[in-house]
Ligand binder design. Structure first.
Ligand code: FBP
Length: 548
């Protein structure tokens, strides 16, 4: 028998809580027709069958829908704590609607649908995964579902398994593709529904309808625990500056949330750096000033949080990346066969003067990373760029210069960390366990109600679970047109940190004090049992965003 930990054994017995409206029979309450957040005409033309649908809320009903339906489910993109609970919620709801219903999991992401790799999710099978982290139940992948040929190949297996609907659990890119697939099947009248589900630790899939993406809560709490431990070590030995890069491909939500939880000396917010049109040297100078200020009071130690996506938000580098994206998209094949040095020369000779100059100032490793392949959605693979080392090296050089000029007289020794993968598969917090189970249940109800092109949602999440509101939002409502791989495409708008939002403002109102003094907070590990204040609190971001 497979060994499992004592915690997993206990945790398996946890029954996630559901909103009142999802506990029994459900009735659908429809709102007004919707519009996309921008580019309405273009999005409407691209999605004639799934545009403009109303928002849906589930309320308690008196007659159970006994819909007969086989359902498919796909985990797409980066892991996020709670994915297994979405599938558990979906499984339980699908079986509750009708015990003959079957759930199939497509393996290793969207590619499983195209290549017909699947497993039937049965009761015994799913019981091993309830309330566990990870996506290992069926695996995940980043295959982009975008071509008609893929949609048609997928249809073959959907027909074979008599699958009426597929739930795609993914981030903004995967849900964009879910919407394209929903539109395609609707246009062809294939009778297959597609439902999305908001996943990503990055926290950037949120808007007026989606309060938070699942996984953000657990991942941030896991990183905050580790940062707190480092802060305590740092405050004990008093000899290191710790440069910690935190995941979050674009937005700085994770870094900001971790800063609110742990009160480090410095936390960079990419969105602010972009708005202030800062250069890399200015960012470095700001950090060095904090180091020097603390050194002057005898504190040669500290903690700096760096959002993973920083590099793309430094405007000059952002412009360079834009041009590189277009260049790599249009010259892919001839470029790929060149060796490293020839690739660098090729890039320099094709870039505009301004961007070539920026490219030349970058350390070779960073420049190289920016010139490598994008992920299947056209994103720079920022998790591979060692910004934490780049910044600390540059701070070191600047401090040495200041020392020569008699402006600094401290000791600077840096340690480097990257927290990303450590948090993506953590066992879900109570919040994520409940939230995900409710999302899965909502997805099943959307299918039973005949909906397609919707994303399952759960709102009012800072209230008690039974007061949460569940329903669905048309995916087209969250879309606008953006340039991807050199072409304008309909995509779900990413939510960046809002510089007039409460989480950011709260951080700004404290950061000078946190920079100078040692105000560390040590959150400790996620707790599953115990006082509600310790176990059931959501993120500070969500709490601040929800306070009126
Ligand atoms: P999703 O947007 O798919 O949820 O993934 C987010 C993320 O965890 C980012 O934070 C990170 O930059 C990226 O995935 C890493 O990707 P990979 O797992 O392919 O290394």
């Amino acid at each position: 028998m497979k060994e499992i930990s004592a915690l997993q054994k206990e945790r398996a017995a946890y029954q996630p809580k559901l909103p009142k409206a999802l506990m029994g029979a459900v009735k659908v309450k429809e709102g007004e027709p919707t519009q996309s957040v921008a580019n309405q005409q273009e999005i409407k033309e691209l999605f004639p069958n799934t545009y403009g649908m109303p928002l849906v809320e589930f309320v308690s009903g008196d007659k159970a829908n006994e819909a007969e339906m086989n359902v498919g489910v796909i985990l797409s993109g980066g892991q996020a704590p709670g994915g297994h609970n979405v599938i558990s919620g979906l499984f339980d709801a699908v079986k509750k609607l009708n015990p003959n219903n079957r759930l199939f999991g497509f393996l290793m992401g969207p590619g499983g649908l195209v290549d017909h790799n699947y497993v039937e999710i049965t009761s015994d099978f799913i019981d091993q995964y309830r309330n566990t982290g990870g996506f290992d139940m069926i695996g995940s992948g980043r295959t982009k579902l975008e071509k008609e040929e893929q949609f048609e190949k997928g249809l073959v297996i959907l027909r074979e398994l008599n699958i009426k609907a597929v739930v795609i659990i993914g981030g903004d890119d995967s849900n964009t593709n879910a919407c394209v697939l929903a539109e395609y099947y609707a246009a062809k009248n294939y009778g297959v529904q597609i439902i999305g589900c908001p996943k990503t630790i990055d926290g950037d899939l949120k808007n007026d309808q989606i309060e938070t993406s699942f996984g953000f809560d657990t991942a941030c709490k896991t990183y905050a625990e580790l940062i707190g431990n480092i802060e305590r070590d740092c405050n004990s030995a008093r000899k290191y500056w710790h440069f910690i890069k935190l995941m979050g491909r674009s937005a700085s939500h994770i870094a900001l949330e971790c800063a609110l939880q742990t009160q480090p000396n410095v936390c960079l917010i990419s969105e602010e750096i972009e708005k202030n049109d800062m250069t890399l040297n200015q960012v470095v100078e700001d950090i060095a000033k904090v180091v020097a200020c603390r050194a002057a009071q005898g504190d040669n130690f500290g903690v700096v949080l760096i959002p993973e996506g920083l590099i793309e938000f430094i405007p000059a580098i952002g412009r360079l990346i834009q041009e590189l994206n277009d260049l790599l998209a249009s010259h892919g094949a001839d470029y790929k066969d060149l060796d490293k040095d020839a690739q660098r020369q090729y890039i320099l000779s094709h870039l505009s003067k301004e961007n070539a100059a920026t490219f030349e100032t970058l350390p070779e490793g960073v420049a190289r990373q920016l010139s490598l392949d994008r992920d299947p959605h056209g994103n720079v693979q920022v998790s591979l760029i060692e910004t934490e080392k780049l910044l600390s090296d540059m701070v070191d050089v600047l401090l040495a210069k200041w020392a020569k000029e008699g402006k600094y007289n401290g000791a600077f020794a840096a340690q480097h960390h990257f927290f990303g993968y450590e948090g993506r598969c953590a066992a879900p917090s109570n919040f994520d366990a409940d939230y995900c189970y409710a999302l899965g249940t909502s997805a099943a109800q959307l299918i039973a109600a005949g909906k397609t092109g919707y994303m399952a949602i759960v709102k009012n999440t800072t209230a008690g679970t039974d007061e949460w509101k569940a329903g669905g939002v048309p995916i087209t409502m969250m879309m606008n047109m953006e340039k991807r791989n050199g072409e304008m495409k309909p995509v779900i708008r990413k939510a960046l940190v809002e510089l007039d939002g409460k989480p950011y403002k709260t951080f700004v109102s404290h950061r000078d004090e946190w920079a100078k003094n040692t105000c560390y907070v040590y959150p400790g590990p996620i707790q599953y049992w115990g006082p509600s204040d310790v176990c059931d609190q959501t993120t500070k971001t969500l709490q601040l965003e929800q306070t009126k």
